[in-house]
Design a protein around this ligand. Sequence first.
Ligand code: AMP
Length: 221
Amino acid sequence: MKLVLFGPPGSGKGTYASRLESRLGIAAISTGDIFREAVKQGSTLGKEIKEYLDSGRLVPDEKVIPVVSTRITGPRGGKGFVLDGFPRTVDQASALENMVHIDAIVNLSVPEEIIIRRLSTRRTCRDCGAIFNLKTMKPRYEGVCDRCQGPLVQREDDTAPVIKERLRVFEKQSRPLIDYYRDRIPLLSIACDDLPPEDVVQQIITKLEKLNLLGFTSTSC
Ligand code: AMP
């Protein structure tokens, strides 16, 4: 199964990708996570891209595409994957098409007021990247990751001015991908609103089953 999760910042791509990873046994590949890790490590790539992440602008295609190509052709991508945050431009989508056949695109839609509320209350584990929310997906202990006990922090780009820029960039550079994909690959539209993550993930799996894209029955939540 080779899947793309598409949607604006705050539509839940990271949360759903990690749940689909465990339910379908495929690798969740998040370009945002890869880039944040590179910045944290202070690698050459990290130094080159930091300003883009800090400002909410897109990292240039020529830096993004090779990173994804290595991941999806590597051992983790071999059994299948769910891409979170890639592609984000038409050039990235066309590069992806040349790398591999994608089975379906999941188009997540969420009203903007919910996005803004979610992003400003989102907390992420500094050590393992797990995602929580102060209102809807609280950690068991305040400020502590359920998975690895790392500290929960607010992402630097989850502040009001950067959120606004990321939403603007999404509308201008990423939204056109829907038209690009419309007649190429099955597009599964999911209205997430304020639904619990497990309901959204179940909707995605049900739609994949209806399209006969799952050759097995997935494990339950
Ligand atoms: P995300 O975690 O997906 O919200 O991504 C965080 C940031 O990483 C974005 O605001 C961009 O600066 C950068 N980024 C992630 N994925 C891509 C991509 N496919 N193309 C360009 N920039 C990206």
